[in-house]
Ligand binder design. Structure first.
Ligand SMILES: Nc1ncnc2c1ncn2[C@@H]1O[C@H](COP(=O)(O)OP(=O)(O)OP(=O)(O)O)[C@@H](O)[C@H]1O
Ligand SMILES: [Mg+2]
Length: 307
């Protein structure tokens, strides 16, 4: 894989071609992850582009994206493969109906048949080990912090040798390892053993300039003055004591709402009417509504005014 991307600059250009704005630090770990074939481990605030970068890498390199969405209770079976129990039952019933007498040879044949690839349901980890015409796929293991430690230990093993063993079928090994991106929102600490196998990067909220770049890429219809006001206001909001701060996704959503309403300039009224695009908790909304919104907007205006 290392052959496809030659430099950090090229990573930035490739991602920018997918409207993904990538700072130097993130571009560097991404480049190294591709070059060294090590998983990229992204931890950070919600809505800051962790999941999106995996999609952007896949699209930029023309690879298939395979996503393993983690959740509480996710186990190896649903991450790797399952036997199609319903189909197996039907096959057994059919065999019975056509007069399956239990003769030894038939029984063995049926059993082999039931545990053949035809009855195998491939889940993301197994899919990611399969060769793809376009080249190794991008395997996105999203929100790893939502699973539990036993699953993490299992994953550690799967990622270290890129092979899975199915007792009835044997071992399946990836000819070329997939490009792995792991994300976490850090609702709990992911184990060191797993982190050690990866290249780590903390994805923070973007600076004003970078968020403006992202808005240009994702909502190019917005006029420059409005875009600057939007970003400055959201950045101000993040500095407030909120239960849930708005992410970049919220900035983009808000811009689209304002565009749909033909807003050309922020005002306390417009902010009050559309605040639900930015803040999703009533306590936060109450805190910002009214005079507080006006105060933040005044600060934004003062900062953006040409000196
Ligand atoms: N650097 C960026 N360049 C372009 N768009 C971005 C960037 N960061 C975030 N976005 C936008 O924000 C949206 C949300 O990003 P994403 O879903 O990747 O966040 P996340 O970090 O995975 O959040 P969560 O932790 O909630 O899953 C994306 O769909 C994209 O539109
Ligand atoms: Mg995500």
């Amino acid at each position: 894989m290392g052959g496809t991307v030659g430099s950090i600059d090229e990573v930035q250009q490739l991602l920018s071609g997918q409207n993904y704005v990538c700072g130097r630090a993130l571009a560097t770990v991404t480049f190294l992850s591709l070059r060294l074939g090590k998983p990229l481990f992204l931890e950070g605030e919600p809505g800051t582009g962790k999941t999106e970068i995996a999609k952007a890498i896949a699209a930029a390199l023309g690879r298939r994206l395979i996503r393993l969405q983690c959740y509480e209770g996710l186990d190896a079976a649903s991450a790797v493969y399952e036997w199609n129990f319903a189909e197996q039952m039907i096959a057994i019933r059919t065999a019975e109906a056509v007069g399956f007498e239990g003769a030894g040879a038939d029984r063995t044949a049926l059993k082999d048949e039931l545990f053949s690839p035809e009855y195998l349901i491939e889940r993301p980890l197994l899919q990611a080990m399969r060769p793809q015409v376009e080249g190794p796929p991008v395997l996105l293991i999203d929100e790893l912090d939502r699973t539990d430690e036993p699953f993490e230990a299992f994953l550690l093993e799967a990622l270290s040798d890129f092979q899975v063993t199915i007792p009835e079928l044997g071992t399946i090994r990836a000819e070329a390892p997939p490009i792995v991106v792991i994300t976490s929102n850090r609702t709990r600490e992911v184990h060191d053993a797993l982190k050690r196998r990866c290249l780590y990067h903390w994805v923070d909220y973007p600076s004003f300039d970078r968020e403006l770049d992202i808005l240009h890429a994702r909502a190019p219809e917005a006029a420059e003055t409005l875009s600057r006001e939007i970003v400055a206001f959201v950045q101000k909001l993040r500095a407030q004591d909120l239960f849930k701060k708005p992410g970049v996704a919220e900035t983009i959503d808000w811009a689209k709402c304002l565009l749909a309403l033909d807003v050309i300039d922020l005002s306390p009224q417009v902010i009050a009417d559309t605040i639900g695009a930015l803040l999703k908790y009533q306590d936060d909304i109450q805190r910002i509504e009214g005079s507080e919104a006006k105060r933040l907007l005044d600060e934004v205006r003062a900062e953006l005014a040409p000196a």
